[in-house]
Ligand binder design. Structure first.
Ligand SMILES: [Fe+2]
Ligand SMILES: [Fe+2]
Length: 276
């Protein structure tokens, strides 16, 4: 095994998002040889939160690890899953020290090195207070080193601001791609639900994209019903922001990792349309 392909999907929005994942995974497996799949599940439960049922559905569809963002605990029934060391689901690593839930997941598959997934929240224009995400990544890389020193690590930064997300990619390249111990191979952004056009490999080692985009209805305002969002924004009339229903797509990136070289070699945006 010299090349490993991993797909990382952006925020899964509602039942359409879950359906988009189920549609995209067999195609990416067959057509792109993607072996591992990771998805941010924070909007899976009707647009906000992740229920245990949603989580199981994502795993049944072929997802190997689920991440979360600022909506990590909107459905509190997910907390035992996040606490369980055998469940590949982790909450953002830079919450308050007393917050429940694991701070990273490790995917262990036959004939592959351990693949660790860390998610952190950005702090700029994010309403949820959180600790320094750069320090949190440094701390979790050290923690991963204690249990999986040969891990290859994918870091997700769930944030609003492009500069903060790009800064995380350069920080990971600077600090976590050359020493012995766990090695960062990718930094992917999430939270804005809009895919950015900057997927690239930094210095022949680290795959990066500022935002993965979302899995869910794209005839929408970041996944939500257009009219309800306009009522809220144009008329300032609070309205329930239901999930929209048309133009369902699964967005993310396909990352190729040179396993022996312990580096990323390619990154390709993914945007798979689900037939109506
Ligand atoms: Fe989201
Ligand atoms: Fe978010």
């Amino acid at each position: 095994m010299s090349d490993l392909r991993i797909t990382f999907f952006g925020d899964v929005v509602g039942s359409l998002g879950r359906r988009a994942i189920a549609h995209a995974i067999p195609r990416l497996r067959a057509e792109k040889s993607s072996r591992l799949f990771v998805a941010n599940g924070e909007n899976s439960r009707n647009g906000s939160g992740l229920s245990p049922d949603n989580y199981r559905e994502l795993l049944r569809s072929g997802v190997h690890a689920v991440t979360l963002g600022d909506h990590w605990a909107k459905d509190r029934q997910i907390l035992p899953v996040l606490d369980d060391p055998h469940e590949p689901a982790a909450r953002p690593a830079n919450l308050a020290p007393g917050a429940p839930g694991k701070r990273f997941s490790i995917i262990r598959e036959p004939d592959l090195p351990p693949i660790a997934i860390i998610t952190v929240l950005g702090r700029m224009f994010m309403p949820m207070p959180s600790d320094n995400p750069f320090a949190a990544v440094d701390r979790e890389m050290a923690e991963i080193g204690k249990v999986a020193p040969d891990a290859l690590v994918v870091i997700e930064i769930h944030g609003e601001v492009t500069s903060e997300k790009q800064a995380m990619a350069w920080h990971a390249l600077d600090k976590h791609t050359s020493s012995s111990g766990p090695r960062a191979v990718a930094v992917v952004g999430s939270h804005t639900h809009v895919q950015t056009a900057d997927a690239r490999i930094l210095d022949h080692r680290l795959a990066a994209i500022t935002d993965l985009g979302m899995c869910g209805p794209h005839r929408s305002i970041i996944g939500r019903d257009i009219q309800a969002t306009l009522n809220t924004m144009v008329s300032q009339l609070p309205s329930p922001l239901d999930v929209a229903s048309d133009d369902n797509r699964a967005c993310g990136v396909l990352i190729t990792i040179d396993v022996e070289g312990r580096r990323a070699s390619e990154i390709e945006p993914v945007g798979i349309r689900v037939p109506e």
